[in-house]
Design a protein around this ligand. Structure first.
Ligand code: SAH
Length: 359
């Protein structure tokens, strides 16, 4: 399914637009659609980075197995459970368990963790554990997992193969896995990085089409942040890909455009203001929430682990999420008539025709 040609060229024009006054139209449209579909609530998802072990060597990611200097950790069930309790105490409706592709987090260990969280709390459980076997994904769904996040990273297949080497044992790709997750009854999230060296505007248009094709429940869009300890992010990698490297500022703006356009083409999706955006520009959180986003993912990982979960530099913030920071966020939201989400904040389906509104 592709956008009709007039819509493709409108999307292309927005992605190239530099005039802040014209862009205001895009931001306003996205914000209106957000208000009409997912409403004024901003849902908090407590992020717990449960392991930084990874069997893969994705060329953009600091957790890749090539990064031998990185001390590795894996949280215990009790440690994870403690973070989930904290999420509940802080009034969040969801806990997100994220990790590198760590095969020692076996199907059974993760299933036990999910069952423990489901027994002790009323939280929705989202998993983001990479490309795992369809059997494991089924086991976790049976154990009570509600949602799964797996970004396809870019629709440009040549670029993807170049930055995301396949593992010998891969039987199914990310697209197949996303369809299986849907069949298993998960709410499905995916997304892309924006500003990868060599990424074309045309592929960003295609990314948006795929979001719609997959009828995603959650869409994560973040700027690419080069990591000096990765093949893609070290200086040579940058030189090799000099064509098409955007400045941090350009990556932030392009990411915001993608968020706004994703809101317009997938009006009901839950869309976070991503951590990568805030890493490049701390003020972008509030801005992104006014341009289509409706989710924030505060990091609940214990500090000593958090510093080792360095997917990209500057990712780990020292601030502990606490009652104070949540009420500061609530105050900030109240200024624009928004409020903190209540409950699990899953996807709600309302039929709302705004496909022709990319205008
Ligand atoms: N192992 C899991 C979780 C990976 S981290 C998985 O592969 O799905 C989650 C996301 O961080 C990735 O999907 C990717 O989109 C993003 N990411 C990785 N490296 C990044 C970088 N250098 N800059 C910005 N985002 C990055």
């Amino acid at each position: 399914m592709s956008f009709p040609e007039p819509e493709r060229s409108r999307v292309r024009r927005w992605l190239a637009e530099e005039d802040p006054v014209r862009l205001l139209e895009l931001w306003t449209r996205a914000d209106q659609i957000r208000a009409m579909t997912v409403g004024h609530q901003v849902h908090l998802r407590g992020l717990v980075e449960i392991s930084n072990h990874c069997v893969r060597s994705c060329r953009y990611c600091g957790l890749g197995s090539f990064n031998r200097d990185l001390p590795r950790y894996r949280m215990t069930l009790e440690e994870i459970l403690e973070c989930a309790r904290r999420a509940q105490e802080l009034g969040m409706g969801t806990v997100v368990l994220q990790a590198g592709e760590d095969l020692e987090l076996t199907g059974e260990i993760v299933a036990r963790t999910i069952r423990a969280i489901k027994t002790e709390t009323s939280l929705a459980v989202t998993l983001s554990l990479g490309e795992r076997s369809p059997e494991d994904l089924g086991t976790w769904r049976d154990a009570g997992a509600d949602r799964y996040l797996l970004r396809f990273e870019t629709s440009d297949q040549r670029l993807y193969r170049g930055i995301h080497p396949a593992r010998g044992t891969d039987k199914v790709g990310r697209m197949d896995l996303l369809n299986r997750l849907r069949d298993l009854g998960y709410e499905v999230g995916s997304g892309v990085m924006v500003g990868l060296p060599g990424q074309s505007t045309e592929s960003l248009v295609r990314d948006l089409e795929i979001f719609e094709e997959l009828d995603l429940d959650m869409i994560g869009i973040g700027p690419y942040v080069p990591h000096p300890r990765t093949p893609l992010g070290n200086e040579r990698g940058q030189e090799d890909a000099l064509m098409g490297v955007l400045s941090p500022c350009e990556r932030v703006l392009l990411t915001m455009k993608m968020v706004a356009l994703a809101r317009i083409s997938c009006p009901e999706a839950n869309i976070p203001a991503t951590t990568a955006l805030s890493t490049i520009d701390p003020d972008s959180l509030a801005v992104c929430l006014s341009r289509g986003a409706n989710v924030v993912m505060p990091n609940l990982t214990p500090l000593e682990a958090r510093f080792r979960y360095e997917v990209y530099p500057g990712m780990a913030r020292t601030e502990e999420v606490e009652e104070g920071s949540i009420s500061d966020l609530a105050d900030l939201l109240a200024k624009s008539g928004r409020s903190l989400g209540v409950g699990a904040g899953g996807r709600t389906r309302r039929r709302f025709p705004c496909r022709d509104a990319v205008g």
